[in-house]
Write a protein that binds this ligand. Structure first.
Ligand code: PRX
Length: 662
């Protein structure tokens, strides 16, 4: 039923006739309008088209506008599909652009972060650019004393506390590469990523707060590093004071590491293409992909889009509610806002603790002016009703944003009315871990349609193609692609060039090499507005978090009583999707309710709470192709009571009948 509703909405989306023009003063005074006037562009369309047609020139100008370079580049782009090099020969360091230049200039006393901690009785902490510089430098010197050098991988497994961006910036400053693992993953997820990245150092905390209670985190790291010879040291930041075991000679407290260290540290002069970070994300197989981003190009995209799309200005208070463990936090809590020298909120916790007024209160108390969140959170707050919003004054807001999954028009309208006083524009930004920055998004001058990310941004050549690589006509859908490279795009998968080529570039390679396949379906309506419709591959989006079906299935199969598992996403009003697992037990195992609970708990232990299956069901068989591939599409259709389509390719069509409705 729920999916039927979703499908019905899709066609409604394409007939969306409501258009919301941007408030005149916002549009007229926007950063993008200023640039347009300087360049003599008369209309938004003309500007978008010119920037995309002249994308190399455009990005060259943006790279000079938003970043300082130690040495200029000799060539803006070298493009040998599927490998792009931007700003070739240029020397830079993203930490110089995020911290040093502000701390040593007019912004030294400007607040970089307003940190709002989870225990709500703890005080809000303000960190200026000058303070940030000192902390970053001390920690950078601490890392050097552990023998961390350029190119080394350093793993971060931390909650949302200021030491997280401090560590990231310190790692980047000395030319090492950070890999953040979202702290909602458990030791299994952490272990596989440490192994893949061969990390030298892991940085974590003793514990963290969840719903006001301190919980330990360090023990997960102990488990995850039991068999990882590459890890020489574990740095532990004291967050809760819970007692944790420390291994002599390996584990070291953050405070001890920085004690007596100089608060001055030179930036390593990085080549534009030197790696800045690896961020693991889910693909179609169970093995997470290590997406690699670089100093030179990556520092341009997030800053430029934050300036243009979210119109962030010097006196704004910017709040992106994401976790830094995901790309949204990397780009829009750390690198984008800091390159701009902006003031950001960084908060720890959740929107419903201690009550559903938490976010409204943070906005009110800190006069947040630009606010960026995910549809799942909007739906959660919408479900709770308007009364929470009415208790607080959110009139400091002037612009809103959405990311992570399609936003339903009703949630869009509610968001606009409740947070946006019925008039604020919502920037629905479509992008991915791989893209580093927004690709399809409105600007504050764009007429909006609820549920649409509107148009490709300036500097991008995004299109929707059919299977033969023809652009689809207006009013229909296909695969969303990029026809040209962009500076903040991924450069590769860590040590897996074949998979990189296969996953993004192989689909249209024979027809149009260099066409990036994003992995999403999209529709263009009669006016050319993009409506993103979700993944084409087996990737789940649970409350906006990207999890692969295969990853959850392998976690289930790692339980000694499980023979096989198939995982699907079931539509959910708040989370977008929830996980439903169909499990085949090993011979002789009894199908009990207790075992269902145990299996769900097992997934939580192996992968973390983020992948917790809402429902576990036992089946005797799952439909498969003759080559043995589990047909999740068929299982999903049957379980949701939808037509299952052509089953002739199945090796065991009877298995379909046995799939229960969910
Ligand atoms: O399916 C799209 C969805 O999120 C995927 C990327 O997930 P991840 O790499 O975790 O990054 C999330 C934050 C950028 C995309 O392939 N997605 C992201 N933004 C939107 C979206 N779907 C619809 N509308 C969006 N605005």
């Amino acid at each position: 039923m729920a999916e039927e509703k979703a499908t019905a909405k899709t066609s409604v989306l394409l007939e969306e006739t409501r258009i919301f023009e941007a408030p005149k003063d916002l549009a007229e005074n926007s950063n993008v309008m200023k640039w347009m006037k300087e360049k003599g562009f008369k209309t938004e369309r003309e500007m978008r088209l010119w920037c995309s047609a002249n994308y190399i020139q455009f990005w060259g100008e943006m790279a000079k506008t938003y970043a300082d370079w130690f040495e200029p580049w000799s060539s803006t782009l070298e493009w040998k599909p599927p490998y792009a090099k931007w700003f070739v020969g240029g020397k830079c360091n993203v930490t110089h652009n995020c911290v040093d230049r502000h701390a040593q200039g007019a912004k030294k006393d400007k607040v970089a972060y307003i940190f709002v901690p989870e225990p709500t009785d703890q005080p809000t902490q303000k960190i200026t650019y000058a303070q940030l510089e000192k902390e970053v430098n001390k920690f950078a010197n601490g890392l050097k004393s552990l023998g961390v050098v350029k190119g080394d991988r350093v793993m971060l497994y931390m909650p949302m506390i200021p030491q997280l961006p401090i560590a990231m910036l310190a790692i980047a400053k000395i030319g090492a590469i950070h890999c953040i693992v979202f702290s909602g993953f458990s030791s299994g997820g952490l272990n596989s990523r440490i192994m893949d990245a061969e990390a030298k150092v892991v940085i974590t905390v003793d514990g963290f707060y969840r719903r006001g209670k301190p919980l330990p985190l360090k023990p997960n790291v102990d488990e995850a590093t039991a068999n990882t010879p590459s890890v020489k040291n574990v740095v532990v930041c004291k967050r809760t004071g819970v007692a944790v075991p420390m291994k002599e000679g390996k584990d070291i407290w953050w405070d001890d590491l920085v004690a007596g260290k100089s608060d001055a540290c030179e930036c390593e002069k990085m080549d534009s293409e030197d790696r800045l970070f690896i961020l693991y994300t889910s693909g179609t197989t169970g093995k997470p992909k290590g997406i690699e981003h670089v100093h030179g190009g990556y520092q341009v995209g997030p800053a430029q889009t934050l300036h243009w799309v979210f119109d962030v200005k010097d006196n704004d208070v910017w709040w992106c509610t994401a976790d830094i463990g995901w790309i949204t936090g990397h780009s829009y809590i750390v690198y984008g806002p800091l390159v701009l020298g902006a003031t950001s909120i960084m908060y720890e916790g959740s929107p419903d603790f201690p009550d559903l007024g938490r976010w409204y209160k943070i906005i009110q108390d800190n006069k947040v002016s630009v606010f960026y969140t995910a549809p799942t959170a909007v739906r959660m707050l919408m479900k709770a009703g308007d009364s929470w919003a009415k208790k607080y004054d959110v009139s400091s807001l002037r612009l809103l944003g959405s990311v992570g999954e399609p936003i339903n028009p009703e949630a869009w309208m509610w968001y606009r009315n409740t947070f946006g006083a019925g008039k604020l524009p919502i920037m629905d930004t479509w992008w991915q871990t791989e893209t580093g920055t927004f690709l399809v998004s409105p600007l504050p001058i764009t007429p909006l349609k609820p549920g649409s990310a509107t148009f490709p941004l300036p500097g991008f050549n995004i299109d929707v193609l059919d299977e033969e690589a023809n652009p689809v006509p207006l009013g229909s859908g296909g695969n969303i692609v990029s026809n040209t490279p962009w500076p903040s795009m991924l450069r590769a998968f860590y040590r897996d060039p074949e998979r990189y080529q296969k996953e993004y570039w192989s689909t249209y390679w024979d027809i149009r090499p260099g066409t990036y396949l994003a992995g999403d379906k999209a529709m263009k309506d009669k006016d050319g507005y993009f409506f993103i419709q979700g993944r084409i591959d087996d990737v789940l989006k649970i409350a906006g978090h990207r999890i692969s079906n295969a990853e959850v299935e392998s976690a289930l199969v790692s339980h000694p009583k499980v023979a096989e598992a198939a995982v699907i996403g079931k539509p959910d009003e708040v989370k977008g999707e929830v996980i439903v697992a169909f499990v085949i037990l090993r011979t002789g195992q009894e199908e009990t309710e207790e075992l269902k609970k145990e299996l769900a708990k097992h997934v939580r232990t192996v992968l973390g709470p983020v992948a917790y299956p809402e429902t576990v069901l036992f089946v005797k068989d799952v439909p498969k192709t003759r080559s043995g591939k589990i047909m999740r599409r068929v299982i999903k259709a049957k379980a949701l009571g939808k037509p299952t389509g052509d089953l002739s390719a199945l090796a065991n069509p009877d298995a379909v009948d046995a799939i229960p409705l969910i």
